[in-house]
Structure formats: structure tokens, C-alpha cells
Design a protein around this ligand. Structure first.
Ligand code: RAT
Ligand code: ZN
Length: 420
């Protein structure tokens, strides 16, 4: 049906963005078969590392050691009191908890953590996964799977049962960022490698990657890279990219995802909450994607300053697909600005958002909040088109939104959407 008025347009776009199921292309969630690797529930929500960093800002009296010695529930109590009772929870990470509790139907007026806890004790992981995926309207979740993590490796080796809603991504940070120590971990796994990359080391790294690709069937290989990532460069990282990652990505026909701009452990006392960001050299991205035009690259960058040049670089290289508003960018003001700019430069050839959820329940807020912004930006874009005289069919808008919330990803992979 053709949309006749702007009111109809806004209502249709908003409703379609709200109800279209999502493929969430980067999370830290796990299927139920991974056991306690899957985090969920109110204590996990409250001890999310984003909230730990915010708590310490209000508590100059609290020593890092004292905090880390508390049990999870005690940490959650302290965070709840500091960020939700002693202050109003309007930071994005805090608002997220409020959205989740609200969407689960809890009485927010009571602010009674014990009541929320009682519900989580009463529900099974399997029922809760069903409930959250349904409520969040997420059809597929891409995990982050680390073969350098002995605990997770154990899960894969014992043959995890497959839940088609959870798909793998092979994460290889230690290989590219910590070769000095990770080579010995490969050796322990039976690969004949040496620290100086001599002899058959590069071939053995390729064998390691292919073995894990065979085991996990990942949709892509991924790494987070520091803000001073350079390419080309005389380093173990770049040799491994050129001689292992790229040829294996090409052969397996899967993309290489680069998440660029992290400064790890600027405050080690904060543990996972102690990472920061820095501006990166877009030239490194430009050079690698244009050198390997037959390889697909998914790229997201962490600093706001890199966003415009990243979108322009994607205009020049169709093997580069920009994705998500990552981590410190996952805030309403920045999502809106970045999404607007990307749609203006790239049309719909972009993945506007991923959730980066570490806790299952967060799917509710990360997607609710992002959908609202994506919907708002799209309303503006279609409305500008309307003013320019273009008339849209409902079916065309539905197609565009399905693409933004997953279709673009699957087409880039060259695979059918398994949940379609
Ligand atoms: O967003 C986050 O939770 C970060 O801690 C990181 O996990 C980041 O997203 C990453 O994948 O390295
Ligand atoms: Zn992540």
C-alpha cells in the first residue's frame, strides 16, 4: 500500500522498526549449553562493568580491593544503593537496568531488589532465554567465542548442543594482540609454533584457525585492536594478519571483523571496567581493505572522531561493511548522530547497531533504546524523501528495515538468514 501522508509514514516506520526481528551481530552472550558462561539476572545486570566504573566515581571512599572482595550479590547491593538510590539512574547504562526491570513487569516504585531476585531464582535458564528473545524480538544472537579461554574450550570440546538462535564468532584477540604469551597456549593445544614465527609457525596458526572454524562454524573471525593499530607494519600482528587471517578468511569465505580503537587496562584496578579508547588511523583500515579486495571486512571503530572517515572509507570499498555503535558510543546522542551520518553517506548499506550484551536481559534495553533512535532517524529520512516528492510503498519500507536489522549482514556474508 502506498503511504499517503506524513503521519502514516511516521506511524508505519516506528511500528515496523519496533516489530522487525533482529540479528544481533556482536554480543558476549552464550547459548544455554555453555552453562554458567551465559549470564543473566538482576545481580549480573547490576555488576555489568559499565556500572562498576560509574559506581567508583561516586565512591571515593571505596577501595578497589574492598569492592572486588565482595560477593556478587554484595557488589550488586552496593551498586544499586550508589547509582539507583543515592542518585538518579539517568546514565545510559543505569537507564538500561530500569528499562529491563520495567519490561519484565517489576514494580519500580518499590525499588525492592529482593523482590526482583526472587523472580530470577524461580525461573529456568531455558525459559528465561525464550522469554527475553521473544520480548526483545531478537531472532539470532552472535556470540563471541574464544578458543584461548580454557573454560570455554572445554565446552566446545565436550560437544555443545546446538541452539540455532545462537551462532558463533571466532574471536582471536590473544593471537593478534598478545602473541608473546599466546604462542605457548597454541603449543599446549598441540600446534608446532615458536615465539619468533619461524619454521612452520604460520602454517600451524592457519591450521589452528581452520580447526576452530571447523568446530565452531563461525560467521566471522574477530579481533579488537588498539587505537594505535598500524598497517602495514613490521610486527607479529601484521604478519599473522597477512599470512594467516587473510588467507584463512578468503578460503573459508568468512569476513574478518576488526573492532578498532581500544586502550586496554588504562586503570587495571577496575578490571574489565578499566579499558578506554583512543582515536585511530583510518589509513590502516583503508590500506588493508583495499589491498585485499577479495576478502570481506566488518569494521567498527570506538572513537567518535573516526566515524565520518570510516563511513567515507566504506563508500570506496564494497568489501568493507561498517557495523554498530560500539561500547562508549552506545549512548543515545551518539547513536543518533552516527546513524544519521551513516544513512546519509551509505544509504542502507550498513549495520546500524549490535548490542554487545554481556548479560542476556540487556537485550531488552539495548534493542529498545537503539530501535527508538533508528526509527526516529529513519522517519526523518523518509520524511525528507516525501518532501522531495517520493512516495513509498509499505512493502519498500518493510524491506529496508529488515535489511538494516539483519538482512544487510546476511547478504554480506553471502548466506541465507537461517531464521528467515
Ligand atoms: O562492550 C564491552 O562490553 C567491552 O567490554 C568489550 O567486550 C568489547 O565490546 C569487545 O568486544 O572487546
Ligand atoms: Zn564486545
Amino acid at each position: 500500500m502506498t503511504i499517503a501522508t506524513k503521519e502514516q509514514l511516521t506511524a508505519f516506520v516506528t511500528e515496523t522498526v519496533r516489530t522487525t526481528p533482529v540479528t544481533d551481530i556482536h554480543t558476549h552472550l552464550f547459548a544455554e549449553s555453555f552453562g554458567d558462561l551465559l549470564l543473566w539476572g538482576v545481580d549480573e545486570l547490576l555488576t555489568y562493568h559499565y556500572l562498576i566504573a560509574e559506581t567508583f566515581r561516586f565512591r571515593p571512599d571505596l577501595s578497589y580491593d574492598a569492592f572486588w572482595q565482595l560477593s556478587k550479590q554484595e557488589q550488586a547491593d552496593l551498586i544499586w544503593r550508589t547509582l539507583f538510590i543515592d542518585h538518579s539512574p539517568y546514565s545510559e547504562a543505569c537507564r538500561g537496568v530500569v528499562t529491563v526491570l520495567n519490561r519484565l513487569g517489576f514494580d519500580l516504585a518499590k525499588r525492592d531488589l529482593e523482590e526482583y531476585r526472587a523472580y530470577f531464582r524461580s525461573v529456568s535458564a531455558s525459559d528465561y532465554i525464550d522469554r527475553i528473545l521473544k520480548l526483545a524480538n531478537v531472532k539470532t544472537v552472535v556470540m563471541t567465542n574464544d578458543p584461548f579461554d580454557a573454560y570455554e574450550r572445554g565446552k566446545w570440546e565436550s560437544g555443545t548442543s546446538q541452539d540455532p538462535r545462537f551462532l558463533a564468532a571466532l574471536r582471536i584477540d590473544p593471537l593478534l594482540n598478545l602473541w608473546d604469551s599466546s604462542w605457548s597456549k597454541l603449543k599446549e593445544q598441540g600446534y608446532e609454533v615458536s615465539a619468533d614465527l619461524s619454521g612452520g609457525t604460520l602454517a600451524e596458526i592457519r591450521r589452528f584457525l581452520k580447526d576452530w572454524i571447523a568446530r565452531m562454524n563461525p560467521l566471522y573471525m574477530a579481533v579488537s585492536l588498539p587505537n594505535d593499530f598500524a598497517y602495514p607494519e613490521d610486527s607479529a600482528r601484521v604478519r599473522i594478519i597477512d599470512e594467516c587471517i587473510v588467507p584463512v578468511a578468503r578460503e573459508a569465505g568468512i569476513p574478518f571483523a576488526m573492532m578498532i580503537g581500544v586502550k586496554r587496562k588504562v586503570n587495571p584496578s577496575l578490571k574489565d571496567a578499566g579499558d578506554s579508547l583512543g582515536k585511530s588511523d583510518i589509513g590502516a583500515v583503508e590500506r588493508i581493505v583495499s589491498k585485499y579486495q577479495d576478502v570481506k571486512f566488518l569494521v567498527t571503530m570506538l572513537s567518535r572522531e573516526n566515524q565520518h572517515e570510516l563511513a567515507v572509507t566504506a563508500r570506496k570499498n564494497r568489501n568493507l561493511l561498517v557495523f554498530g555503535c560500539w561500547w562508549f558510543l552506545n549512548n543515545p546522542s551518539l547513536i543518533e548522530e552516527i546513524t544519521r551520518m551513516r544513512l546519509e553517506l551509505l544509504g542502507g548499506s550498513v549495520i546500524p547497531q549490535h548490542s554487545d550484551c554481556r548479560i542476556l536481559d540487556q537485550l531488552l534495553y539495548k534493542w529498545d533504546h537503539s530501535r527508538a533512535i533508528i526509527g526516529k532517524v529513519l522517519c526523518d529520512k523518509y520524511s525528507d524523501l516525501f518532501d522531495a516528492g517520493w512516495r513509498l510503498e509499505e512493502e519498500e519500507i518493510r524491506r529496508d528495515i529488515e535489511d538494516l536489522l539483519g538482512g544487510v549482514f546476511w547478504k554480506f556474508l553471502g548466506k541465507p538468514d537461517p531464521a528467515a
